[in-house]
Design a protein around this ligand. Sequence first.
Ligand code: FES
Length: 129
Amino acid sequence: MELNNFLSETDKPICTDSICMNGRGIRVAAISEIGPGTMMGFEVQGKYYLVANVEGDFHATDGLCSHRAGQLWKGKLDGHIVQCPRHGSRFDVRTGEVVSQVRIPLIGKAKKLATYQVSVVGEDIILNL
Ligand code: FES
């Protein structure tokens, strides 16, 4: 699977090799791999996704920040809010809405992230794209 050039080896999202197609959904991880209050990034067919566990409920959004492609899975998850590690925009992982903007004025603004349905089937987390 090809990664964008701006990602270094250490910046790659994990689990890119464990993806398997399963009908409409794609298995991205076992539920035990994303515990409550944690999140992971995944690459699926050249696009990046964030899956976050908020008190046992899984939510998925775009993996790259809508401002300047910060890797959201490397940011902070506080409840249902993820903070971008680059310029600090914060998003609600349940809706993709921006809850606070870029910390530095005059370098643009973040926009709402796309969200994706997540299902749990047995022990597996399925991302429905
Ligand atoms: S890249 Fe996310 S806030 Fe700038």
